[in-house]
Ligand binder design. Structure first.
Ligand code: SAM
Length: 271
């Protein structure tokens, strides 16, 4: 199937990148195909793309054989995406709207999520998708482009400066990997910083732990990350007693705690 080059689609539909919508487009087909391969074989699988823009990544997902649902809030892109819907009959469903307002569990259950989003929207969606008490989640995998600095916080290990709430949230019941670094020059227009694609797959949730309790503990601990736990966890009822029962030295700082230790503290508080 021969589709017009993305640059032509962008010119014909007047899709000049909007700063306000955080638009930085990817046009390199080989790079887009590599990103679409990160979730694994997509042939016949449901994929959910957030922010398709002119449709470069959407094309790659369709080439991979996925059944794609895409949500885009920029009305200017909808006509360009309608051409793709026509070129891949029955394989692409475009929703015009804000991804924050989508009920994904009802709209795209068991989908592989793939997105190149403005980082603030991406982080807000990631936190929503990783949070909550319901597990396993509605999504099968997350393949998301972030600023490299944010990607590093998601996959960070204890004892590093990047380790914090996001790392614990992304790793306590999922595996999170940095799948690919993407140079700023790959985008049109190029953003100021480097980017990276993170790949997240759900794992088993540790027993007896409330996600809300874990979130409360990490928020307090990393909210004062330079302080000792006996100071930073003072505001969490029962947390200091839990440290004692678990034999975790209260003079340690949040950064030194393994994810399993945060989970153990949250379990004590969930009981
Ligand atoms: N996926 C395309 C690509 O890789 O070339 C476009 C990427 S661009 C960084 C981000 C896209 O997300 C834009 O098309 C923008 O309009 C869209 N977008 C931004 N916020 C959104 C939201 N809340 N809901 C849906 N789409 C959004």
């Amino acid at each position: 199937m021969s589709l017009p080059p993305l640059r032509e689609v962008i010119a014909r539909h007047g899709l000049s990148a909007s700063k306000a919508l955080g638009q930085n487009f990817l046009l390199d087909e080989q790079l887009l195909d590599r990103i679409a391969r990160i979730p694994g074989a997509l042939d016949g699988q449901p994929a959910y793309e957030v922010g398709p823009g002119p449709g470069g990544l959407t094309r790659a997902l369709l080439r991979a054989g996925a059944q794609v649902t895409a949500v885009e809030r920029d009305r200017r892109c909808i006509a360009a995406l309608a051409e793709l819907e026509a070129a891949f009959p029955g394989k692409l469903d475009v929703i015009e709207g804000d991804a924050m307002a989508v009920d994904e569990a009802a709209t795209v259950p068991a989908a592989h999520v793939v997105a190149n989003l403005p980082y603030n929207v991406g982080t807000a969606l990631l936190v929503r998708w990783l949070g909550g008490e319901a597990w396993p989640p509605w999504w099968r995998s997350l393949t998301l482009m972030f600023q490299q600095e944010v990607a590093e916080r998601i996959v960070a290990a204890p004892g590093t400066g990047a380790y914090g709430r996001l790392a614990v949230l992304a790793q306590w019941r999922s595996t999170a990997k940095l799948a690919m670094k993407v140079h700023r020059s790959a985008f049109v227009p190029p953003p100021k910083v480097m980017s990276a694609v993170v790949h997240i797959v759900p794992a088993e949730q540790p027993e007896g732990v409330s996600a809300a309790k874990l979130e409360q503990v990490t928020a307090a601990a990393f909210g004062q990350r330079r302080k000792m736990l006996r100071q930073s966890l003072k505001s969490v009822p029962g947390a200091l007693d839990a440290l004692g029962r678990l034999d975790i030295d209260s003079e340690r700082r949040a950064e030194t705690l393994a994810i399993a230790e945060f989970v153990a503290i949250a379990r004590e508080l969930s009981a």
